[in-house]
Design a protein around this ligand. Structure first.
Ligand code: NAG
Ligand code: NAG
Ligand code: NAG
Length: 528
């Protein structure tokens, strides 16, 4: 591992246990909600400073001038819970410097960085890709999912959010997003964003003939640059001799309308023959389909769906738990409704908000690392911190019939997902030797509380069981990670779908084999 990376690791590891805020804004929507509030204070303070005859830098002046007073009207959620609107928030704030802002406002503030902007652009790329969002709508801040049907029927259109002309991406934004896609080696997505950039620019310039002699004083990318960048990206996917020749012929000449038109035509052809690279491994092919199902409203109930009232313990004698059995044979997957109260939810969020750091994943060498496969923030909450938390742990024990006391059950892990935040298909058991296996044993069951609704996206999907579980506040999904024989239950593989709109909060509790030797039922055959 790169030594500088280790340092970052260490700092963020501390952040999980102490109140250190050094993770990016992109990694938790809760941070963005706060940023919307803070921005209003920053703008007010800077405007005051200018009114009093104070000097500010050109960047700061441009920033406060561009800030529409009418922006302050909507709720923070209106901006923080929407990927395109949040992109604008982060973009304008990443253009001003921390030192000047501190000087002018006299306050300790945290501002988004270029990495935040990069990751927010990446969120837009991922969301567009996973949910097949219509790009022309996305440009206007409108979220429209287009589901291609398999039997050749008309595609199904689902509008998730209407447009708001205040938040319209311009060619410099779509070009920037394309560049981010390139840097992330998502060349097909980059082609889509560059192609979209050209499309918007052409509409603005009205005619293709103007291609070589656009006005050079307007802001934003030049058409020549976009075409060259698009050509370069197309070549990375599939080398094309004609495109190569056309680019070489262009030479260094700045204006060559004919050559650019020719290149543009060649690229149009080349692009139309490209298709989205499909990840054919089972988890991934099912993952995206199941995630899209989670966004569709009024979808058919699960075919094997059964609901019942259950009393797993005398605690539930008067008010039985409402259980939906989603998968009965191993691995058991059950959904419990209204199993945590609003008050308990708020208590958990309160405690977690004070100590969040970006969620690590377990690396091959057993250490922790941060990964693009998981974008969310984590805080651990122990039973001793509040009687309400201890009570919740007991409830998990009653429902599962397992011993969830430390160290057999882990502390609650509370997460807030970021913009487009997701967790790719994974299993919760440890595949390799880990020190925790000796002391606590393997993870046998996962108990996952939903602490918020999600406006769109953010479902939990079981990639091998074809199951989509929507995030519904106050419910919990429970599943087994091991078979009765304690063998790995590969079918427990699951994923957190990207959050398309809203803020997703969950709390996990993992329960281990140690301490549960006599509570975990044995099966009759090794396969069980
Ligand atoms: C804000 O709204 C008011 C009234 O709706 C309008 O007069 C004003 O021009 C708007 N301000 C900006 C900067 O657009
Ligand atoms: C590229 O843009 C053109 C319009 O300029 C559009 O017709 C075409 O569908 C786009 N191609 C892709 C793959 O998005
Ligand atoms: C899940 O769905 C996929 C594709 O629709 C199908 O091939 C697979 O057999 C299904 N698996 C189960 C367990 O139903």
């Amino acid at each position: 591992m790169d030594p500088s990376f280790r340092v970052v690791l260490y700092v963020l590891f501390l952040a999980m246990f102490y109140s250190v805020t050094d993770a990016g804004f992109f990694s938790a929507v809760a941070r963005l909600e706060k940023l919307v509030q803070e921005e209003r204070e920053i703008v007010a303070a800077v405007k005051q400073h200018i009114q009093n005859g104070g000097k500010v830098s050109a960047d700061m002046k441009r920033y406060v001038d561009s800030f529409d007073d009418n922006n302050t009207v909507p709720e923070p959620d209106y901006i923080a819970h929407h990927p395109v609107r949040a992109y604008f928030l982060i973009k304008r704030l990443s253009k001003i410097t921390l030192s000047e802002t501190k000087k002018l406002t006299g306050k300790e503030v945290q501002l988004p960085t270029v990495e935040d902007l990069h990751m927010t652009a990446l969120a837009l790329i991922v969301l567009q890709d996973v949910y097949s969002l219509d790009m022309r709508s996305l440009v206007q801040g409108q979220l429209v999912m287009v589901s291609q049907s398999t039997n050749g029927a008309e595609p199904q259109i689902t509008e998730i959010c209407g447009k708001d002309p205040t938040f319209t991406l311009d060619p410099s934004d779509t070009y920037y997003i394309g560049e981010v896609a390139c840097k992330e080696n998502k060349f097909y997505q980059a082609v889509l964003w560059f192609n979209l950039t050209l499309e918007i620019m052409r509409e603005k310039e009205k005619s293709l003939l103007k291609i070589g002699d656009e006005q050079t004083d307007r802001p934003g990318p030049r058409m020549r640059d976009v075409l060259l960048k698009l050509a370069d990206t197309v070549q990375k996917i599939k080398w094309d001799r004609d495109v190569f020749m056309a680019v070489s012929k262009l030479g260094a000449k700045k204006t060559n309308a004919e050559g650019l038109s020719h290149l543009s035509n060649l690229l149009e052809n080349a692009i139309s023959s490209l298709s989205k690279p499909i990840r054919t491994e089972i988890p991934h092919i099912n993952y995206e389909n199941l995630c899209r199902l989670g966004v569709l409203k009024n979808r058919a109930p699960h075919p094997t769906l059964t609901c019942r009232y259950v009393r797993p313990n005398p605690y539930f004698y008067l008010s039985p738990a409402k259980m939906e059995l989603l998968h009965e044979r191993s691995p058991l997957v059950a959904l419990y409704h209204d199993v945590i109260t609003d008050k308990e939810v708020n208590k958990m969020k309160d405690i977690a908000l004070r100590r969040m750091g970006r969620s690590p994943v377990v690396a091959d060498d057993g250490g922790e690392m941060f990964s693009r496969t998981r974008v969310s923030e984590t805080g651990w909450i122990f039973d001793t911190e509040h009687p309400m938390i201890a009570k919740l742990s007991r409830r998990v024990g009653y429902i599962t019939g397992l011993d969830v006391n430390l160290p057999y059950g882990e502390a609650f892990q509370v997460l807030n997902y970021g913009l487009g935040g997701f967790y790719e298909p994974h299993v919760d058991y440890f595949r390799d030797e880990q020190p925790v296996l000796l002391t606590n044993g393997q993870r046998i069951a996962t108990f996952l509380f939903y602490l918020s609704d999600v406006k769109a996206g953010g479902a939990t999907v079981f990639t091998r069981l074809n199951l989509t579980v929507p995030a519904v506040k106050n419910s919990a999904v429970v599943f087994h990670d091991l078979k009765k024989s304690l063998a790995f239950e590969q079918d427990s593989e699951h994923a957190g779908c990207p959050v398309l709109m809203g803020s997703k909060w969950i709390a996990n509790k993992w329960i281990h084999t140690h301490g549960n030797e006599f509570r975990w039922p044995c099966g009759l055959t090794p396969e069980e």
